[in-house]
Design a protein around this ligand. Structure first.
Ligand SMILES: [Fe+2]
Ligand SMILES: [Fe+2]
Length: 189
């Protein structure tokens, strides 16, 4: 599917704010891909479509999973904040015909991250957290500074996980086991 068609598809699935967030993630993914010397087109595509399932009502997600016999573990299925990422990976494959496993995995893990991510997965993980259209710009600068000063994307990834866990604690929300695994992995590097 062409980029224009993909954008139109995304636009039908998201409200104004999430669409802007997606365009921001597309742009930031492209910038980070340039900095780290990887395929910019592929990164911007993954950035653009990472939240394609974000605004599907939770009940509908569960029905979709059931009807399509998707094998998603219980701890993810019960977490509506994480589930959109898993479903989004499936839908990118099914509805956009994307077969590149790295794009699909980057979508699947964009919310939580996972231990030992590829450079590409880390770029999409970061782009989601620091895009310039809807995310906190001080935090974006903080992450971009870490990248500039250290050129170490694992440090920037750890900083994002740190911020996610603090925010979950502050809002008294559950912390999924995968988030703890990701923290333990990146703090141990
Ligand atoms: Fe998301
Ligand atoms: Fe996002």
């Amino acid at each position: 599917m062409s980029l224009e068609k993909t954008k139109a598809w995304i636009k039908t699935r998201l409200g104004e704010e999430k669409y802007l967030h997606s365009l921001g993630a597309e742009e930031t993914a492209k910038e980070l891909a340039f900095i780290f010397g990887i395929d910019q087109e592929k990164a911007s595509l993954a950035g653009l479509i990472h939240d394609n399932a974000k605004e599907i009502p939770y009940e509908e997600m569960l029905i979709y999973i059931k009807n399509n016999n998707l094998n998603i573990e219980e701890s993810i299925k019960t977490n509506r904040k994480i589930l959109h990422a898993y479903l989004g990976a499936y839908m990118a494959q099914k509805e956009l015909g994307i077969t590149d496993q790295e794009i699909l995995d980057a979508i699947k893990y964009h919310t939580t991250g996972k231990p030992d991510m590829t450079l590409f997965e880390k770029i999409i993980f970061l782009a989601d957290k620091i895009e310039a259209n809807t995310r906190n710009l001080d935090f974006r600068d903080k992450i971009l500074n870490i990248l500039k000063e250290t050129n170490n994307i694992d440090k920037a990834t750890l900083c994002c996980i740190d911020s996610t866990i603090r925010s979950l604690l502050d809002r008294k929300l559950p912390i999924n086991a995968i988030t703890i695994d990701v923290w333990n992995y990146y703090i141990g590097l």
